[in-house]
Ligand binder design. Structure first.
Ligand code: COA
Ligand code: MG
Length: 291
């Protein structure tokens, strides 16, 4: 999986377009893009969409962003959608492993009621949206086998911190958000799940978007979220391992295979040790799984 496209649940037209735009996953949104008095209708629309979309033979992964545990809306969201068999929920405003344990219990009950296998619905945590969440980003390991990835967000966090803005004049994130980004990356690695980079809201700025994708990939994010279909092809391109990267990774794996006792080898005059081998194996695994 490389690209995850947000789609407001109350827009049948966008949901339809999203299915065929090339995104590896759709995040059907019940949270911030839906006004409070539209939640009930959006839940129904999400369930109706999922019921038919899950039957499509070749389809994106289907994720629903529910409302956060503090909102008082999560139970009604889950009651409406779990029977429609989404692949995962995205949990916004998550505050560490305890939030995942809590959401896991809520999912297990609905799965039992709907006749779904226990653990069918995975959880992607939005791990940096509150100030408290930043201090708990290291607590996701072992919370639940449902935890499938961590991602991060700067919009809610900047509101909570009382900030005037979260990006500088060139569109780069400012320090508090760069910290949140790194905490997501480290939290995901500690929990041994992929890290997904956040959205770029200025969807007409393709230069800024490309730069952000490249910086994310460089630092260890393997996926990125989109808010507009126009952003999807660039994510898919930049997060697909290149033939050169695959060849480099294969050379590392081959060098250790030829020297199984070695802790360190030299390739082209550069020292390569065991951590490089793990990274190379992860890249090759990503290159061979399709979505
Ligand atoms: N998913 C699917 N289709 C989308 C889409 C999305 N996220 N965003 C835009 N489109 C479609 C539009 O419907 C339009 O198709 P149409 O002309 O056939 O109706 C086409 O792409 C071009 O859209 P455009 O005019 O460039 O954008 P817009 O002004 O209609 O929409 C947004 C702009 C930001 C409102 C829209 O991109 C959007 O809803 N994004 C997701 C918002 C969201 O979920 N936010 C929560 C997470 S941060
Ligand atoms: Mg939000």
């Amino acid at each position: 999986m490389r690209s995850l496209l947000f789609v407001p649940a109350d827009s049948p037209r966008k949901l339809d377009k999203a299915m065929t735009c090339g995104a590896d996953a759709l995040i059907v949104d019940l949270e911030d893009s839906i006004a409070l008095d539209g939640k009930a209708r959006a839940r129904e629309a999400a369930a109706a969409f999922l019921k038919s979309a899950v039957k499509t033979p070749v389809r994106p992964t289907l994720i629903v962003r529910v409302n956060g545990l503090q909102s008082g809306l999560t139970d009604a969201d889950l009651d409406a959608i779990i029977g429609a068999r989404p692949d995962a929920i995205m949990l916004p405003k998550a505050e560490g492993g305890a939030s995942i344990v809590h959401a896991d219990a809520k999912l297990a009950v609905r799965e039992a009621i709907s006749g779904l296998p226990d653990g069918h619905v995975k959880i992607i945590a939005l791990a940096t949206e509150t100030a408290a969440a930043l201090f708990r980003a290291g607590s996701y390991a072992g919370a639940s086998a449902r935890l499938a990835a961590l991602t991060w967000g700067a919009e809610d966090l900047s509101a909570e911190l009382g900030a005037e803005t979260n990006r500088d004049g060139q569109g780069r994130f400012l320090d508090p958000y760069r910290l949140a980004r790194v905490l997501c990356l480290a939290g995901a690695a500690a929990a041994e799940v992929p890290a997904i980079d956040t959205v770029y809201v200025d969807f007409r700025d393709s230069d800024g978007f490309r730069r952000e994708c490249e910086e994310a990939r460089r630092d260890g994010f393997s996926r990125k979220m989109a808010i507009h279909p126009a952003q999807v092809p660039m994510i898919n391109e930049l997060f697909t391992p290149t033939p050169e990267a695959i060849a480099r990774a294969q050379a590392v794996v081959d060098a250790f295979a030829a020297n199984p006792e070695a802790g360190v080898v030299g390739i082209g005059g550069v020292m390569v040790d065991r951590p490089h081998l793990n990274r190379a194996k992860r890249l090759l695994a990503r290159a061979t799984t399709k979505r």
